[in-house]
Ligand binder design. Structure first.
Ligand SMILES: [Zn+2]
Length: 304
């Protein structure tokens, strides 16, 4: 998840005060050097390193074993292809484009930026099927697993192979001051939330950053778990609900994708927090969330 519930209420009021102002007011720069010096041990382990998933079939074989409610058939039908991006340990990132005939909006849907949120990857794989069946005027790009190194460990981790929380590694303004300070002061150096030595220090976050720069999505949907809410950052009216998930704008964080994309780059970012990291929503719920997303996209971004 994106936030620490300790101090969440306080942070929510900080957010209200800080939007449009500078984060420098909320955080001092004092902790940045000591925070970096105390960076947590990377979680990459040599023994038991999983093989490289070099083909979509190899990826699907792994996913069918690891993910809840994802069969090899469902993954195969997603017809994933290779991107040119690789993780720290050399795992390729896979994607699938579903392009409607009159597509004039680009929507990027990503799962598994936190490697221990297995249901997020399962949801994205399910939605690839939904996108093929539902007409829209959207060019969809689905990337079901942004942090393969974190997921493929025997005990999956939120962070990538170098122990970096990718969702704190984006170059929000004043990152150098704010991200390390937030990490040390607000999370008490929680190794699960280490923002990295500098913005975009990691190949996985660099890929997403470059994708925003080059492909220029009109909307980013980032799927997480397990807090059971919907969050939104960006210049338009937020979706109020997707399926059973209701909007609760809990906060913005130095280095997060929502902060970088939605607040700084003005690209709307819908952050979905599924209710469980290990259980995928029921099929009807997956479908309802999809339809609600389509409806909101049509209303707010003019997709139809
Ligand atoms: Zn998450």
């Amino acid at each position: 998840m994106d936030f620490v519930f300790d101090g969440m209420r306080a942070w929510r009021s900080v957010r209200r005060a800080a939007i449009g102002v500078t984060f420098g007011l909320a955080f001092g720069a004092t902790a940045s050097l000591s925070a970096l010096a105390a960076s947590p041990r990377a979680n990459a382990k040599a023994p038991g390193k999983p093989p490289i998933m070099s083909t979509p079939k190899a990826f699907c074989d792994e996913m069918a074993q690891r993910l809840p409610n994802v069969s090899n058939g469902l993954c195969a039908r997603a017809q994933l292809g290779l991107t040119n991006a690789k993780s720290v340990l050399g795992q390729p990132l896979f994607q699938r484009d579903v392009v409607s005939p009159n597509a004039h909006l680009r929507v990027l849907v990503i799962g598994g930026i936190h490697g221990d949120e297995l249901s997020s990857t399962a949801l994205v794989l399910n939605w690839i099927g939904a996108a093929q069946e539902t007409p829209s005027n959207i060019h969809w790009r689905f990337v079901p697993l942004v942090n393969p190194d974190g997921m493929l460990l025997a005990k999956p981790t939120r962070t990538n192979a170098r122990g970096v929380d990718l969702n704190r590694n984006f170059p929000t303004p004043s990152w150098d001051k704010e991200a390390p300070a937030y990490w040390s002061q607000r999370t008490k150096n929680d190794p699960r939330r280490y923002p990295g030595p500098k913005p975009l220090s990691e190949p996985e976050s660099r890929w997403l950053h470059d994708e925003m720069d080059q492909w220029k999505p009109n909307l980013i949907v980032s799927v997480h778990a397990p807090y059971g809410v919907l969050d939104f950052d960006g210049p338009t009216v937020a979706p109020q609900r997707l399926g059973r998930l209701y909007l609760d704008q809990v906060g913005i964080f130095p280095g997060s994708l929502g902060n970088y994309g939605g607040v700084h780059k003005k690209v709307p970012v819908v952050t979905i927090e599924l209710q469980s990291a290990l259980r995928t929503p029921q099929e009807a719920e997956i479908r309802q969330m999809w339809l609600d997303l389509l409806r909101w996209t049509a209303e707010r971004l003019g997709a139809n």
